[in-house]
Design a protein around this ligand. Sequence first.
Ligand SMILES: Nc1ncnc2c1ncn2[C@@H]1O[C@H](COP(=O)(O)OP(=O)(O)OP(=O)(O)O)[C@@H](O)[C@H]1O
Length: 363
Amino acid sequence: MPEGPLLTQLDLELRGIRKRYGSFTAVDGVSLEVGKGQFVCLLGPSGCGKTTTLRCIAGLEEPDDGDILIGGREVTGDPPWKRDIAMMFQDFALFPHMSVAKQIGFGLEMQGRPRAEIEARVREVLASFEILPLADRRPASLSGGQKQRVALARAMVTEPRILLLDEPIGALDYSLRETVMLELKLLQQRSGISFIWVTHDQNEAFSLGDLVVVMNHARIEQQGPPEEILARPRTPFVAGFVQGNNVFRGKAGAIEAGLLRIVTEVGEFLVPAGAHTAAPGALVSFSVRAERIIDQPDAAVRNRVTGRCTAVEFFGAVRRHVLELADGSLLKYDQFGALAPRFVTGQVVDLGWRAEDAVLHAP
Ligand SMILES: Nc1ncnc2c1ncn2[C@@H]1O[C@H](COP(=O)(O)OP(=O)(O)OP(=O)(O)O)[C@@H](O)[C@H]1O
């Protein structure tokens, strides 16, 4: 196939990557396209295959099937050092006996660059990561945040096309993470290097990623910009995994005026049918976000339920009410701002949502 302009613009392309360990399939047909300088987050629960996918991209694992292209060039059988990538691990893997300046220059030394060039480049990187005063220190004397910057500087100094990061801020104190995330995003944008960032933390993925790739059981369930994944979860797994969704399952009824009727244990609801053609009686699922729930809905609100409030929780700017429905399932209703709670534990209330606020999942 001729190499068109579109192909060469991609920093990374995975075509049907499959990796087995004995009879266990850790990655099952993963395909992904990463544009120039994109920030991609691989998100999913423990064991879903994120790290194995990253290790295949790095060349630390060889896939059983599929192709890997970096910068439009096939690299599937190449060793890591021939791939125009760098990696950063959760424990940072700094060399304990080397000064900060020395380890930042290490990759350039390995490339056999002239000494003067290495010195100049290391100073430049130390300055841009604001760690010049740490140049002569050893890793043992650095704080977690400082180690993180050194590891990142070391990974980015050779200007790889792609930086692969496995839970890179997982070891940092929670209070540090927000600042570090902001810094990392700015550094990534300035560098133009694509980041492939593995995390099980959806806050990280949604605040950093241009593209979020949600994995489950060795496969990609959904990929897209964060807004799209939040607003339009494609499967019940994605809807359930992403905070704040209420997921309902039921049987498909008729479609009228573009709305599919769904019969559940707690009532009948109308959901925009979109392009879906669910046969009557087919099992289907849909979700509605907690902030879309309406308290004391008026007659125009066609989807309605009754629930008993079991808890009122408060996180940051959101007050979440948890209600038990007739079948024992729980419904979340979020209220924004530091307003008084709408109701108290034990109270039985009517709630609803507009049909257009519900999202039908793919069959
Ligand atoms: N070398 C190996 N031999 C056998 N099984 C493995 C090997 N490496 C990974 N696995 C299995 O493959 C599956 C996917 O592992 P992977 O590390 O990719 O998951 P993950 O999504 O990164 O999880 P976590 O967030 O816990 O790191 C797991 O069930 C794991 O036990």
